[in-house]
Design a protein around this ligand. Structure first.
Ligand code: 5GP
Length: 115
């Protein structure tokens, strides 16, 4: 399945609903439908990148914007004691939706190592 055909591209096109917390021309952030922590937000590029490994140097600013958006939303969500940012990549990385996304998780103590 190409990135263009995922559930996230449908959320970008507003074909299916999502609880959107931030949007600009390049980036969209919305709450995960199956949250793994009290705060669980997905930050995605509107550009249809399949995963992190598909990104190139051309996407440097976009990748930076995804992380800075995570930081900004963590502040807005008052995750002052910390949070976790995760990019699952590929099958072994646990990726299930093949449109690049950054997970912002917070509001509870995280374990390590991850499962
Ligand atoms: P991955 O496992 O690929 O890193 O993360 C995909 C995430 O997308 C999962 O946490 C899953 O709960 C979330 N997700 C899947 N489908 C939808 C949906 O239709 N809406 C929202 N808001 N989240 C979704």
């Amino acid at each position: 399945m190409s990135a263009e055909e995922t559930v996230f591209s449908k959320i970008i096109k507003k074909e299916i609903p999502a609880d959107i917390v931030f949007e600009n021309e390049r980036v969209l952030a919305f709450r995960d439908i199956n949250p793994q922590a009290p705060v669980h937000i997905l930050i995605i590029p509107k550009k249809p990148l399949r995963d992190l490994s598909e990104a190139t140097a051309e996407d440097s600013a976009l990748l930076g914007e995804l992380l800075l958006t995570a930081s900004k939303l963590a502040q807005e969500e008052k995750l002052d004691d910390g949070y976790r940012v995760v990019i699952n990549t590929g099958t072994e990385g646990g990726q299930t939706v093949f449109h690049l996304h950054v997970h912002l998780l917070g509001g509870r103590r995280m374990g390590w190592p991850p499962g």
